[in-house]
Design a protein around this ligand. Structure first.
Ligand code: SF4
Length: 402
């Protein structure tokens, strides 16, 4: 896979060495067991795959190169480039300005943009409406485009099944930048509806089968269906695509469920007449990172620490997997570990940061699972490991391991 130039501050010599060694030993990526750093009083079990993915490194390389090559120019990002506060604040500190927040709320009015301004499209991609708006302002929308190719692959898949008269069901978070972009691209070619979870998939099934009154659809899926969507006509043939970072098990369950509903309700001779076979459109990094967490969870451990931006979708799913099995702390950096006893960590279910005590045992041995999201610099993960090593006076053992 292509390699990118990413600022050295995001790299970690420790993690890079571990990743290089694992890659060398397992080129086909079949081994999902964690790397064990046995430091005596502390055992760190590091996931086989974590950290910057292809799309994030691509976006970081383009953004930092654009800043370097365009001194004196005004540079804007449509919104956060990736969901990591450290990377975003580094961009802000270099003079980049965000036009919108992650929910799409305008921070800088469009009217203030000029034709010679630079606007960078984030890794999530953007909507056709925003592209048209930039064009109207005299700004070439795709000149500084960091849209991940794995996101574009979803748009292509939606376009292909749309051409065959399937309605596209997008499994994604309706407010997420990527899902808004996918929705926009998909609805340009075919009726499209977004479902955020299995509960909404079940609700949609009630409209496929006619169990629910059609009028109810427009209320229950408000803001999640394309213009002109006719629930009595547009749920006869469907296909499912996903936001690339959803939970693999949920996305598979939703596709299987809708396929089964189509089979039961329409009784086609060939299911392809009613349900497009898209397989899942999760990206490789989501699959690898989630499989690595599943592999890591096979090992006995006392707790898990997941590092990443609090608004990062892929990171929250890693947390979801871990917390089914053991106490899990979702932190954005080592600074959230206030002391050996205190930690600030994010509860993504209730969208609030919590303060917990006694998250680490006073004495070792302690086994800690560690992973991070696809937008999290490895340097932050190393920071977490080093801080924990300090608490148990095993820094020397860590150096020896390095
Ligand atoms: S998580 Fe996947 S889709 Fe998103 S930027 Fe990374 S590689 Fe691309």
């Amino acid at each position: 896979m292509k390699t990118f130039e990413v600022p050295v501050i995001y790299r970690s010599p420790l993690i890079s060495a571990i990743k290089a060694r694992r890659k060398e030993q397992d080129r086909m990526k079949k081994d999902f067991t964690p790397t064990i750093l046995d430091l005596g009083a502390v055992r760190i079990l590091l996931a086989r795959h974590f950290g910057f993915c292809y799309g994030v490194e691509n976006a970081i390389e383009i953004a930092f190169r654009t800043i370097e090559e365009n001194p004196g120019k005004r540079i804007f990002l449509l919104s956060e480039m990736i969901h990591n506060p450290h990377v975003n604040s580094d961009l802000l500190s270099r003079g980049v300005q965000f036009l919108m927040d992650t929910t799409g709320r305008q921070l800088i009015p469009w009217e203030t943009l000029k034709a010679d301004d630079i606007v960078i499209i984030p890794a999530f991609g953007t909507t056709l409406e925003i592209e048209a708006r930039l064009t109207a302002l005299g700004i070439a929308p795709l000149q500084y485009n960091t849209t991940c190719p794995f996101v574009e692959r979803v748009w292509n898949k939606a376009g292909q099944i749309g051409q065959k008269d399937y309605t596209v069901v997008v499994h994604g978070k309706p407010g997420h930048e990527e899902t808004r972009a996918t929705f926009s691209h998909s609805q340009a070619g075919t009726p499209t509806v977004v479902v955020k979870d299995m509960a909404e998939a079940r609700l949609l099934a009630g409209f496929i089968t006619g169990e629910h009154a059609p009028e109810l659809f427009y209320e229950r899926f408000k803001g999640q269906y394309s213009t002109g969507f006719d629930v009595t006509k547009h749920l006869q043939r469907v296909g499912v695509v996903n936001q690339t970072t959803m939970l693999a098990t949920e996305t598979q369950a939703i596709a299987d469920f809708i396929k089964e509903v189509m089979q039961q309700h329409f009784q086609p001779e060939n299911i392809g007449e009613r349900f497009a076979d898209t397989r899942d459109t999760l990206c490789y990094a989501t699959n690898d990172n989630q499989s690595a967490v599943t592999g890591m969870l096979q090992q006995p451990a006392d707790l898990a620490i997941v590092v990443g931006g609090y608004n990062s979708s892929n990171t929250s799913h890693l947390v979801e997997l871990c917390e089914e099995q053991l106490p899990t702390y979702f932190i954005s950096s080592e600074e959230k570990i206030l002391s050996k006893n205190e930690i600030l960590h994010y509860d993504f279910h209730h969208k609030q940061e919590l303060h917990s005590n006694n998250f680490l045992p006073e004495q070792g041995p302690v086994s800690i699972l560690v992973t991070s999201g696809a937008s999290c610099p490895d340097a932050l993960v190393e920071g977490v490991i080093r801080r924990i090593a300090r608490f148990y006076n095993v820094e020397e053992q860590l150096e020896a391991a390095v």
